[in-house]
Design a protein around this ligand. Structure first.
Ligand code: DOR
Ligand code: ZN
Length: 413
């Protein structure tokens, strides 16, 4: 079977070139403006063809939490947003802390997933040696309590003993500060969420982790950065030449702590939504190229769970299908260039996480592609979401720009 994607604006060598792509045997067999013949032809004029978009931070649940999401609904939601590869977090009902559990999860996910996937193992002081014997490229470090009970134990031991080519992807919030804040604000309610999980809790953790990475020479990626102060520390570390990278998420760029008044516990997420100033600062860091990737931190919970009182309400919300239209709207508004969007959501994730055949459109690569229509407008509505979790803090947001077609390993989805 051959398929020709005819005359699109194709992302080649970091810029868009009008050309055509021939897909044969699931591979990109040729890229050439003169291509005309194939069994099937799709006219791509006025569309952009991007390397398949990658979301490096999702929670697709399943395994006893199917009411929140499973790999079929999760991967369908991802595809509808234009995402062709996800990296899934290890805080499942039964946390993924051993290679045996990871292998079992891999087997089950490969039977269900409609998209490419990678799975994190949670690193603890007890599984370092086991992980060192594998060819795993990245691990998740829960430095700070959040959903799921994964306690890493002695964190310095992890940085010291883990193979230095393995990327440590860290949730960074300092537990002691969170505990102290909880004590100080004796009122437990959503308006205090950003005061309990405050800027200091994040940047103190980021600072500590960067110090360890510097001391022991690790590759460190801080995920879901939410504050200006953390970004300043990360920028400093990069300038020093340390192997530090980071990401942020649409909710820290488009929402802030004023959401608590509007939607209450539905806006509860870890790290918390911060101030307008943080939001503004994150945009500046993003525009300057200091933020390496955008991910969704898709963390679905049921409406019933999210309707509970503050202490019982779990953190997070569903967003894997929303990050692309939200970020493309910013491209349309001129905040970032489309080329930068591709770097944030495909090129850099593939490079940082060592994902083969991804992040680039190249002859000989498996065809993982996202076709976008920059003109397509929409309004975000929870009820219309593909995710099982049919509500969103982005309700009513107007978007312009959307993924309209995806190819996963050569197959049109
Ligand atoms: O808000 C969050 N939800 N933050 C996390 O760190 C975990 C996630 C989840 O799994 O629900
Ligand atoms: Zn997460």
């Amino acid at each position: 079977m051959s398929l020709l994607l005819k005359r699109g604006k194709v992302f080649l060598d970091n810029k868009f070139v009008e050309t055509s792509i021939l897909i044969e045997n699931n591979m990109i067999s040729k890229i050439d403006n003169e291509l005309n013949n194939a069994e099937n032809i799709i006219d791509c004029s006025n569309k952009h063809i991007l390397p398949g978009l990658i979301d490096i931070h999702v929670h697709f649940r399943d395994f006893g939490q199917e009411e929140k999401e499973d790999w079929i609904s999760g991967s369908k939601a991802a595809l509808s947003g234009g995402i062709t590869t996800v990296l899934d977090m290890p805080n499942n009902n039964e946390p993924i802390t051993t290679i045996e559990k990871l292998k079992l999860k891999e087997k089950l996910v490969s039977e269900k997933s409609l998209i490419n996937f990678g799975l994190y193992i949670a690193i603890t002081e007890h599984n370092i040696e086991e992980i060192n014997k594998t060819d795993l490229k990245y691990v998740k470090l829960y430095y700070g309590e959040t959903t799921g009970e994964i306690n890493p134990g002695k964190v310095e031991k992890i940085f010291k003993n883990l193979n230095k080519d393995i990327l440590i992807v860290a949730h960074a919030e300092e537990n002691d500060i969170i505990k102290l804040n909880k004590k100080n604000y004796s009122i437990d309610e959503i308006n205090f969420h950003s005061l309990i999980r405050d800027n200091k809790a994040e940047y103190t953790a980021v600072n500590f982790l960067i110090e360890l990475a510097e001391k022991y020479g690790n590759r460190l990626h801080i995920t879901h950065v939410s504050t200006k102060e953390s970004m300043l520390l990360i920028k400093q570390a990069k300038n020093k030449g340390l192997k530090i990278t980071c990401d942020s998420c649409p909710h820290y760029l488009f929402l802030d702590n004023s959401m608590y008044n509007k939607i209450g516990n539905k806006a509860k997420v870890n790290p918390s939504l911060k101030s307008k100033e943080d939001r503004k600062a994150l945009w500046e860091f993003l525009i300057n190229g200091d933020i390496d990737c955008i991910c969704s931190d898709h963390a679905p919970h049921t409406f019933e769970e999210k309707s509970q009182e503050y202490n019982k309400c779990p953190s997070g919300f569903s967003s894997v299908e929303l990050s692309v239209p939200l970020m493309l709207s910013s491209v349309n508004k001129g905040k970032i260039k489309l080329e930068q969007f591709v770097k944030l959501m495909s090129v850099n994730p593939a490079k940082i996480f060592g994902l083969k055949n991804k992040g680039e459109i190249k002859e000989g690569f498996e065809a993982n592609l996202t076709i976008i229509d920059l003109e397509k407008e929409g309004i975000i509505k929870g009820k219309k979401m593909i995710s099982k979790s049919k509500w969103t803090p982005f309700e009513g947001f107007k978007t312009k720009g959307k993924g309209v077609m995806t190819f996963v390993n050569g197959t049109k989805k």
